[in-house]
Design a protein around this ligand. Structure first.
Ligand code: SIN
Length: 280
């Protein structure tokens, strides 16, 4: 599809689109920034190829879409606190973001999304999966939709980034500041996406701990059902990285998962996260 400034090519029947004909090293005009924001909201995740960006240009692009959110837990790129490193060295076994999740759902005001730029990629593997939570919601039965309406869920950073968390232990040196893992937030289970007003399932296996007013044990069967439902391939797209590729995802509309199938190789990505708005 030709928009006024660039081409937008969907990458699956469900979610994701590649944006062609834009050089993100150059400052965006306000109408180009609006069009990129619009494509992000429509497709949930947008991809760019062959972008040769300095850290400053990466920051300028991300900041032209929304204010930058500085991550508490990720090691930052030297001299650039706005850029979090998503790194896996050849001798490290566990990757960052290797299970389905939505970044920052533990915050009272969860992040809008992230602009992830590939700096070094393995010769094969290391793809990232994205899943549409609007499609996942729409495919539920009317009865389950009615049950979820009005329910809220608790999200936390403690069991992921806290000192006793296995994930924090496995990624030590890349993820830190365990003492800052004190966030708990309650959000509706079904939100209205702030940009499109589309109803979207907003629970995720990474950070959601239980439904408000239910125990974790009571919540588990229904959460497990929703997770298995939402992780079906018809809601997904898969992105194969090259150096200079960018994935820009919307955390309110999608889950993502980084595939850990490149043992013995380095993968280095630079991630900038953007501020969102309260969810209703
Ligand atoms: C993340 O979960 O933020 C990282 C995704 C990736 O490395 O592909």
């Amino acid at each position: 599809m030709r928009n006024s400034h660039f081409d937008v090519r969907p990458t699956s029947g469900a979610v994701g689109a590649e944006i062609l004909g834009v050089d993100l090293a150059k400052p965006l005009t306000p109408s180009e920034a609006d069009e990129i924001r619009g494509a992000l909201f429509e497709h949930g995740v947008i991809f760019f190829r062959d972008q040769k960006l300095t850290p400053e240009q990466h920051i300028a692009f991300a900041g032209s879409i929304a204010p930058i959110n500085i991550n508490r837990f990720f090691k930052a790129v030297e001299g650039h606190p706005e850029i979090a490193e998503v790194r896996k060295e050849p001798d490290q076994k566990r990757n960052i973001g290797g299970g389905w999740h939505t970044d920052h759902s533990y915050d009272q005001v969860p992040a809008l999304g992230s602009v992830l730029l590939a700096r070094e990629v393995p010769p094969r593997g290391g793809d990232t999966m994205f899943a549409s939570m609007a499609l996942a919601y729409e495919a539920l039965s009317d009865g389950l939709k009615r049950t979820l309406e009005g329910m809220r869920a608790v999200h936390s950073s403690r069991h992921v980034f806290g000192a006793t968390a296995q994930y924090a232990r496995d990624t030590v040196g890349r993820i830190g500041n365990a003492e800052l893992a004190t966030q708990d937030a309650i959000h509706p289970v079904v939100i209205r996406h702030p940009g499109t007003q589309r109803k979207t399932l907003y629970v995720n296996p990474g950070f959601t701990t239980h439904f408000e007013g239910w125990t974790a044990q009571e919540s588990k069967p229904l959460l497990d059902y929703l997770y298995a439902h939402a992780a079906q391939p018809q809601f997904q797209t898969r992105f194969q990285w090259r150096e200079g590729s960018i994935a820009f995802w919307d955390n309110r509309a999608t889950w993502h998962l980084a595939i850990n199938d490149y043992q013995g190789e380095r993968r280095l990505m630079h991630r900038i996260t953007l501020d969102g708005v309260p969810l209703v």
